[in-house]
Design a protein around this ligand. Structure first.
Ligand SMILES: Cc1cc2nc3c(=O)[nH]c(=O)nc-3n(C[C@H](O)[C@H](O)[C@H](O)COP(=O)(O)O)c2cc1C
Length: 162
């Protein structure tokens, strides 16, 4: 198989679309991340895979904290904007008028209206090819009440649970 076919096959993995937030001094930035997973139960650990060129990458590396905000199915435009523009050039939170709430433990704010917010402290990082895997311990969280559809993508397109 050629590399394009291999990439297309790997894109058959289902993506849970999230925003990963970081805050350094007064600068709060969010980026869209789909390469994310729980990797341990005890301690409760999640992994986010972030390319070194992203503005968010070095903010997380320097502060040792990040917020995972799991997007809901109505937030596709948020995902597209935060996944195509860099915090180096634009204040994405102000541009999209995203509502923030203080976190309980870390300095990075939560985002209102998401499926859940996970407050994470970096416990380790690993280079994986052209990305960095940040492993974070979930130290606090909130979850939306009631039925709320997450934003999930399959082969580059949003899909819904039936
Ligand atoms: C649906 C979607 C998923 C994405 N997933 C990732 C990801 O898992 N890791 C990554 O490094 N970039 C990912 N990106 C690209 C970044 O979100 C994008 O480069 C962003 O502009 C980086 O923002 P920043 O420079 O403010 O950190 C994704 C983009 C989209 C639209």
């Amino acid at each position: 198989m050629d590399s394009e076919s291999l990439t297309a096959a790997v894109r058959s993995l289902v993506w849970p679309v999230c925003l990963v937030g970081a805050k350094e001094n007064d600068k709060h930035n969010v980026m869209t991340v789909a390469w994310i997973s729980q990797v341990s139960h005890d301690p409760l650990l999640v992994m986010v895979s972030i390319a070194p060129g992203r503005f968010t990458h070095d903010m997380i590396a320097r502060t040792g904290e990040f917020m995972v905000s799991i997007l809901n199915a109505e937030q596709q435009e948020v995902s597209t904007f935060c996944g195509s523009r860099s915090g180096r050039d634009v204040d994405k939170i102000a541009h999209l008028n995203l509502k923030t709430e203080p976190a309980k433990i870390i300095k990075v704010p939560r985002l209102a209206g998401c499926v859940a917010n996970l407050e994470c402290r970096v416990v380790s990082r690993h280079t994986a090819g052209d990305h960095t895997l940040f492993i974070g311990e979930v130290v606090a969280a909130d979850v939306a009440a009631g039925e709320i559809q997450p934003l999930i993508m399959y082969r580059g397109k949003p899909v819904r649970f039936r």
